[in-house]
Design a protein around this ligand. Structure first.
Ligand code: C5P
Length: 313
C-alpha cells in the first residue's frame, strides 16, 4: 500500500439563493458553485496502527475528531471495517493554503480528498457518486468538492447538475485574516430575519427557483460580463450589515471596475472577477494600496475545471 497526495481545490459561489426551509432543519438552496485553483494538498498515508491521525501545517486547524477530514476517514472506517482491520490506519497530512472560516469550502474539500484518497489506498473502486453519497452525510458542500468544475447545486447543496466549464476567468480573493464567519450563524440569522418570507406552497418554491435562469443562460453562453452582473448571494443580507469590513471589501472591488464582486458562501471572503491574469494582478495591487491593512490577505487565482484530483509530483 502506498500514500496518495491529492489536490483539494476551494470553491466560490457564483450564485446562492435561499429558497426556503426544509423539513430536516437545513435550507433549500439554489447555488452555482465554481472550483478555483487555490487548493490545499492532502496526503493520506498508511500507518500500521488502527488509528486515524491528522496533521496540519496551520496552527488553527484542529487535529482531533472535530476535523472534517478526520470525520471523513472515520466514516470510511465504519463503512469498510474489514479494510481498516486488514490494512491498518491512516495518517492525513493537510498542507493548508485555503483560509479558514472563509466561505471557500476548505474543510469540505479536505474531507472530499480523504474520501477519494482512502478509496484509492484501499483499492475500493467506489464511483464518484458513491463517494458523493457518503460525503453528503458529513457536509452539504462535500459532494461538489469531489466532482468540482462548474455546477448547479440544489437541495441542501448536495444535488448536483454539471454546467459547461467556464474558461479563462480570473479571481481576486480578499479576506481579513482574523475575521471568520460561522456558517450556522449566517443561516440561523437569515432564518430569524427573513423566515416569514419563505414560500409556503410547492408552486411558490418552484417559481422562486426560476430566478436563477438568467445566470444559467449567461453560463451557457459563456458571457462573462453577464455572469459578473448576475452574481448573487442571499447571505450577504445578514453578513454585510454585521461585518462592515466585508462590506468595505465589496465596495472597494466595485470601485475598481471588476466584472462582478460578491461574498463567497457565508463569507468572509469577497471575490472580484476579471478577464485576464494581468488585470487580476493589477486589481490585487490596487486593493492592497487602497486598504493598506496588514491583516488583509489577497490571492489571484482562476476558475478550475475539476474537484479533488491526484497531485502530480
Ligand atoms: O452542511 P454543512 O455542515 O456544511 O452546513 C453547515 C451549516 O450551514 C448547517 O449546520 C446549517 O446551519 C447551515 N446550512 C443550512 N442549509 C443548507 C446548508 C447549510 O441551513 N442547505
Amino acid at each position: 500500500m502506498r500514500s496518495y497526495s491529492l489536490v483539494a481545490p476551494a470553491k466560490i459561489n457564483l450564485y446562492l439563493q435561499i429558497v426556503g426551509d426544509r423539513p430536516d432543519g437545513f435550507h433549500e438552496l439554489v447555488m452555482v458553485l465554481q472550483s478555483i485553483e487555490l487548493a490545499d494538498l492532502v496526503t493520506v498515508r498508511p500507518i500500521g496502527a488502527e488509528t486515524i491521525q491528522v496533521r496540519c501545517n496551520h496552527p488553527d486547524v484542529p487535529q482531533d475528531q472535530t476535523n472534517l477530514a478526520y470525520k471523513a476517514a472515520d466514516l470510511m472506517v465504519r463503512q469498510f471495517p474489514d479494510y481498516f482491520a486488514k490494512f491498518g490506519g491512516v495518517e492525513i497530512n493537510i498542507q493548508k493554503r485555503i483560509p479558514l472560516g472563509a466561505g471557500l469550502a476548505g474543510g469540505s474539500s479536505n474531507a472530499a480528498a480523504v474520501l477519494v484518497g482512502l478509496d484509492l489506498m484501499w483499492n475500493l473502486g467506489l464511483t464518484h457518486s458513491e463517494l458523493q453519497e457518503l460525503g453528503a452525510t458529513l457536509g452539504s458542500d462535500i459532494p461538489f468538492c469531489i466532482s468540482g468544475g462548474t455546477s448547479l447545486a440544489t437541495g441542501r447543496g448536495e444535488q448536483l447538475d454539471g454546467l459547461p466549464d467556464l474558461h479563462d476567468i480570473y479571481v481576486v480573493l480578499a479576506k481579513y485574516r482574523d475575521l471568520p464567519v460561522s456558517t450556522p450563524w449566517a443561516y440561523k440569522t437569515y432564518r430569524q430575519q427573513f423566515g416569514d418570507t419563505y414560500p409556503k406552497s410547492v408552486s411558490e418554491i418552484e417559481t422562486r427557483k426560476q430566478q436563477s435562469r438568467g445566470m444559467m443562460a449567461a453560463i451557457a453562453q459563456q458571457n462573462l460580463a453577464q455572469i459578473g452582473k448576475l452574481l448573487h448571494n442571499d447571505l450577504e443580507r445578514v453578513v454585510l450589515p454585521e461585518y462592515l469590513q466585508v462590506q468595505q471589501l465589496r465596495d472597494r472591488f466595485q470601485s475598481l471596475g471588476v466584472l462582478g464582486t460578491m461574498m463567497s458562501g457565508s463569507g468572509s471572503t469577497v471575490f472580484g472577477l476579471v478577464e485576464s491574469q494581468a488585470h487580476a494582478e493589477q486589481v490585487r495591487e490596487q486593493m492592497k494600496g487602497a486598504i493598506a491593512d496588514p491583516n488583509l490577505d489577497l490571492w489571484v487565482t482562476r476558475f478550475c475545471p475539476s474537484g479533488v484530483r491526484l497531485a502530480t509530483s
